[in-house]
Design a protein around this ligand. Sequence first.
Ligand code: ADP
Ligand code: TRP
Length: 330
Amino acid sequence: MQIPKNSRVLSGIQPSGALHIGNYFGAIRQHIALQEANDCFYFVANYHALTTINDRKTLEENTFMVALDYLALGLDPSRATLFVQSDVPEVTELAWILSTITPMGLLERAHSYKDKIAKGISPNHGLFAYPVLMAADILIYDSQYVPVGKDQKQHLEMTRDMAEKFNHIYGETFVLPQEFILPDVAVVPGIDGQKMSKSYGNTIEIFSDYATLKKKVMSIVTDPTPLEAPKDPDKSTIYALYRLVATPEESAAMREKFLAGGYGYGQAKKELLEKLWQYFEPHRKRREELLKNRDYVVQVLREGAERARAVAGEVMQRVRQACGVVRYRS
Ligand code: ADP
Ligand code: TRP
């Protein structure tokens, strides 16, 4: 499926730690590409992160860094609206209103909630109500398309359920958002060969120093096939990662070497390391500039918040009017 041009596209990114190359190839790259032809709203979901992060400094720092990294990776603030969730506090008002029409059963069925319980995490109400806040994030900007990973599919379905129910009770108020599940072609493996994820501790960060990157790449798990023997590139994490950052010709050349034998994993890792380092070089440079110019990032977030707030304000007026939540103050 393609998103029609000029659509309102929205997505949220949790500031739960340094961004890794799975995030980049699985989501960020597509988010940034969508800015060319659409009206994109991207925000750092810091209210959501509060359900799991309970440290002021960590939350503040992560929130700022995710925004800065998006800019370093190519987000253009003259095309897309980048902001922090808490700069539009109306979203929590909408979350409350939506919660009054959300059946308990709907939230009890949420996979993300059930998974966390299964892991033994003692749930707070915020974690339980997480999908309601996420629905508010989406509906408050009249979002038409929400590009997210497969793991968020159920949250999108719940958002539509809430919007439909509200529209049914109070009349047409919300735009029904469409999910846009980011193609699974780029499920990026981590250094242990499983899906790269912060929760598995197997990530390769987009922005780290060379020594750290080297350590990560060199610790990619490989099988004990001897150096001389031919190797299957399609079973190799090294090759899977290399393909993401090399040209098709370079990938084909590595493939040949795997199949021919006499090519060790150590050598392949070195080639991967160099390509990875080169691939993110321009972004790393841009990031260094941004780090020296934090005021610029703050300015971008201020302007983003203004734009987002203007839309949220209009939608909230519609919502309050629809359900009879009065405001006497001017
Ligand atoms: P993590 O699993 O590290 O906590 P998140 O769930 O915060 O990552 O990921 C944010 C988005 O990045 C996801 O919705 C998904 O689209 C994308 N993503 C994360 N890890 C990968 C991966 N290994 N391969 C492809 N996409 C990924
Ligand atoms: N739940 C999303 C995640 O963990 C982040 C998020 C919060 C989001 N609000 C959103 C994504 C609204 C899309 C739209 O990745």
